[in-house]
Each structure stands twice: as C-alpha cells, then as structure tokens.
Design a protein around this ligand. Structure first.
Ligand code: MN3
Length: 203
C-alpha cells in the first residue's frame, strides 16, 4: 500500500485572489506531491509498509521519514482548513472560543501573532489539549499527531512556499488574509474531541 496525493477539496482557482491558482498548483501539485513520494520511498526502508499515516508518524523515530510523513499529513489537513466560502465558527466551537480566548477576534489575533512570530519554516496550530483550546506552533514537518494529547483543529502553513508567489515576503498579510477570508470553520468544528487526527489519515 502506498499513500496517494489527495485531491484538493476545491478547484485550484477557487481561493483567488487570496491564494492564487499558481500557488496551489505548486504547493499542492509539487510540494505536497513530493512529500507523498518521499514518504512512500522511506516507509519501505523503515519496515512500516501497510501502516496508517498517523501510525507511521508516531512510529518514525527520526528524519527524514518523520518530517516527510508529518508534512504529508499536515498539508492534507491544511487544504481542508480552507474554503472559498466565508464562514464563522458554528456552535459549540463558538462557545469554546469565547471561553478560552474571550472572543473570535481575540483567537484570530493570537493565531496571527503565533504564525507571524514563528521563526523559520513551520505551522501555526489551534489545538485542543485536555479539553482546552490553545494556539501553538511547530517547526518544519512536526505535527500535533506526534505529540500525545495535542488534538489538531486548525493549521496555517507558514513555510515560505505557502505565500511567496502571492505575497512575496509579507507573511503577516498572508496570515491575516487567510484568517479573515478562507478558514473553513465548519471543518475546524468537526475536529473537536480528537476527530481531526483521522481526517487526513490516508494522505
Ligand atoms: Mn506547505
């Protein structure tokens, strides 16, 4: 069994002008595809054929497999965190955001700060830990699935390849635009209570 590149859940032009078709063609078609291919090459050497992707991530003790499998999962999850439709958080997510951040605007600001200040390549995350929503960031190909008890709800890719075509070096403008225009809050709500770990399991 090998992992496949999952199709985008929308057309490559659907997120424009915020994220262009050219960015998605490169980011999904080249970068994400490369993580799929590399993971498939490496699982055989590691003796992990036939395992689920989450299991591979948790079993891989070192790089390059751990980071490539993490990047494969992170990207599959990230595409689903985005939507061409503008939406707001449904219940009960809205209530949890108000409880743990004070307001939706406060969550967006915390998430934007984390994403902008993250040094180098990586991912900003909204996670649920012991029932509490919390914002954090992880480096390179690291993923919440590799950390016990950290359940992923939402992520933003802050590798330069995510924004350089459309925003050049302006990471803050990319992050603020994604948070304001493109977040699929229905998907984020579906990930509550640990369900996010399974969403992109097949790659
Ligand atoms: Mn990326």
């Amino acid at each position: 069994m090998t992992f496949q590149l999952p199709p985008l859940p929308y057309e490559t032009g659907a997120l424009a002008p915020h994220i262009s078709a050219e960015t998605l063609e490169f980011h999904h078609g080249k970068h994400h595809k490369a993580y799929v291919d590399k993971t498939n090459q490496l699982i055989e050497a590691a003796g992990l054929q036939g395992r689920s992707l989450v299991d591979v991530i948790r079993s891989a003790e070192s790089d390059p497999l751990r980071s490539n499998a993490g990047q494969l999962w992170n990207h599959s999850f990230f595409w689903q965190c985005l939507s061409p439709e503008r939406m707001s958080p449904p219940e009960p997510l809205e209530r949890l955001i108000a409880r743990d951040f004070g307001s939706h605007e406060a969550l967006l600001k915390t998430m934007a700060d984390e994403a902008v200040k993250h040094f180098g390549s990586g991912w900003a995350w909204l996670v649920q830990e012991d029932g509490i929503l919390r914002v954090t960031s992880l480096h390179d190909g690291d993923t919440p699935l590799a950390h016990g008890g950290m359940a992923p709800l939402l992520t933003i890719d802050v590798w330069e390849h995510a924004y350089y075509i459309d925003y050049r070096n302006a990471r803050p403008r990319y992050v603020e635009t994604v948070l304001a225009e493109l977040i699929n809050w229905e998907f984020v709500a579906l990930n509550l209570d640990g369900h996010g770990a399974l969403r992109a399991n097949q790659g």
